[in-house]
Write a protein that binds this ligand. Structure first.
Ligand code: HEC
Ligand code: HEC
Length: 497
């Protein structure tokens, strides 16, 4: 292990020298930048918090305008919702808290008497495992957090609602907001700039601690139109039926006990909160959510919000009560102890449906997605950081704590033993299918129609598979998943037919 890490580090260090020669002009001319990250990177699909190198992913927004120029583009489209109303004036925003204030989602009462969704506070909920864009960042010690227009304790329509989501690690906030008149939801990505990005020196300590939530140097706003053919496209998940259909809010675990959502009086939610607190303690705010009230995170608030806005019908919905029961019956120490893994037939049906490319991947069947040993290592390090006994620069990558044997079921790896065709469908169809807007280039690679695909397009796909994962054009995007060598070979063999 150690030796291969060193060799890789060396290879990328050479890549650094090459990248340094490529000028900014190359990018503006639309030429491709030299492949390879600027600093040594851990291997793609990295899942080891002990690896001192951090995995560096390609910039999904490369080539798009930034700052005011980009804001003008978004605002010229004429959407009318809380995001455009507040952000088109180009206010100065340098932190999560400031962003929340600007969007009308600031916490008025940060004391322990403060409420989740009451007394002037927005509603909030934290999630210990995500099946979204940031799936590879999220576990109980690096949760995804949501702050949103508070529902009144039951599903109710909230005209002009707004919701924001964030997990530490990616320097962006995801936002959705509704036009109160037309009721059309729109999706936004607010990319914020942090100092270490300027010289590509970002480390775990910059990205995975409270530091990432403040001290922003600037921000850029993108909407789902700008992002439709990028690696951070929102529509393939939030508009699953394709162009012309209404965009939707997603919550796969919509029912009590909301399996991966923090909630102190449900066994799963409580186990996740306990893992979170062991690392972060009870004094650290997370995504602006005050530490004093963090433990009142509530999956039900999110359920009420999502249902109240008209999204009660979720595709391939995760039946939380049934799946949690089946898992506990198969492995009695669940949910606190997730090894051995649990089993659930109900969950298996969801997985099988997504395997054939009809749905995005469902969340994992067990409450915890973490490897106890890796989690222990990352927790100890983070707790030492919180106590001031470890400097931020020494902090390991606390995102890399997944249970290796769960990676296939979390779909970060393809199903073991899948044929080449199955690998392609499972790992590409969510972004490459027959329901896409035909005007975007990636629609030309429709993996559900391999039999009628031109040999040239198949060659194109093989070339994409063979690019280094640090290249933005590499497929599948490492932000989502990586193919082990044997699966890659089978996929290429299928495309060579
Ligand atoms: C791979 C699928 C996927 C992609 C791509 C995706 N999302 Fe989501 N999103 C989800 C899921 C699933 C949830 C529910 C919570 C979770 O699992 O993290 C969610 C939740 C959200 C929420 C909270 C409200 C809700 O719908 O529950 C917002 C806001 C959001 N996403 C915005 C975005 C934006 C903006 C983009 C594009 C920049 C985006 N998402 C891309 C799957 C996705
Ligand atoms: C998360 C979404 C996502 C997944 C998963 C994904 N792709 Fe892509 N793919 C894209 C996007 C976005 C583009 C367009 C941008 C670009 O050309 O790089 C693209 C472009 C492509 C293209 C170029 C099509 C053309 O002619 O312009 C090919 C080929 C391709 N992908 C193959 C694959 C293969 C093979 C897989 C699975 C192993 C895969 N992709 C998985 C998002 C995805």
């Amino acid at each position: 292990m150690k030796r291969s890490t060193l060799v890789l580090g060396f290879a990328f260090a050479l890549g650094l020298a090459a990248a340094a020669c490529s000028s900014e002009d190359n990018l503006q001319n639309g030429e491709d930048p030299a492949p390879g990250p600027q600093t040594p990177s851990a291997p793609a699909g990295s899942n080891d918090p002990r690896d001192p190198l951090q995995e560096i992913l390609p910039d999904p927004l490369e080539g798009l305008p930034k700052g005011q120029e980009q804001l003008a583009r978004v605002c010229a489209r004429g959407a009318n919702n809380r995001v455009t109303q507040r952000l088109c004036a180009n206010p100065s925003i340098d932190s999560v808290e400031k962003l929340q204030e600007v969007l009308g989602l600031g916490f008025r009462n940060r004391s322990e008497n403060g409420q989740n969704g009451g007394g002037g506070n927005p509603a909030f909920a934290l999630l210990g495992h995500s099946s979204s864009l940031v799936a590879r960042s999220v576990s109980a010690i690096n949760p995804r957090a949501f702050v949103f227009t508070p529902p009144p304790g039951r599903p109710q329509r909230l005209p002009g609602w707004v919701v924001m989501g964030f997990a530490r690690g990616e320097p962006f906030v995801e936002i959705a907001a509704e036009d109160a008149q037309t009721r059309a939801p729109a999706f936004y990505l607010l990319k914020f700039e942090i100092a270490c990005e300027a010289d590509h020196s970002c480390k775990a300590g910059d990205l995975l601690t409270p530091a990432v939530e403040k001290g922003w140097k600037g921000w850029s706003l993108y909407d789902d139109e700008d992002l439709k053919n990028t690696l951070v496209d929102c529509r393939h998940c939030h508009q699953p039926d394709g162009p012309g259909t209404r965009m939707m809010l997603r919550m796969q675990e919509l029912e009590d006990p909301w399996t991966h959502w923090f909630r102190s009086d449900r066994p799963g939610g409580a186990a996740l909160i306990a893992d979170y607190l062991r690392a972060h303690g009870d004094k650290e705010d997370y995504f602006g959510i005050p530490a004093a009230i963090m433990q009142s995170s509530d999956g039900r608030a999110m359920e009420d919000f999502v249902k109240g806005q008209g999204f009660a019908n979720q595709p391939n919905v995760f039946d939380s009560p049934r799946i949690e029961n089946e898992v506990r019956n198969s492995s009695r120490a669940q949910p606190e102890t997730n090894t051995p893994k649990g089993k659930s037939q109900t969950w298996q049906r969801l997985y099988d449906a997504s395997f054939t490319g009809r749905f995005i991947p469902p969340p994992y069947h067990d409450v915890k997605v973490t490897d106890p040993d890796k989690l222990g290592f990352a927790t100890e390090a983070y707790a030492r950081f919180v106590q001031g006994k470890m400097s931020a620069s020494q902090l390991p990558d606390i995102r890399r704590v997944f249970l290796d044997e769960a990676l296939t079921e979390m779909t970060m790896r393809p199903k073991a033993g899948a044929t080449g065709r199955e690998v392609l469908v499972q790992t590409c169809a969510q972004c490459h299918n027959g329901k896409l807007d035909p005007s975007i280039s990636r629609a030309k690679f429709d993996v559900t129609a391999l039999d009628t695909m031109s040999p040239a397009m198949k060659q194109n796909a093989i070339a994409r598979l063979r690019l280094p994962a640090s290249d933005r054009r590499h497929m599948p995007p490492a932000l989502f998943r990586t193919l082990p060598a044997d699966a890659l070979d089978r996929a290429i063999a299928e495309l060579s037919k």
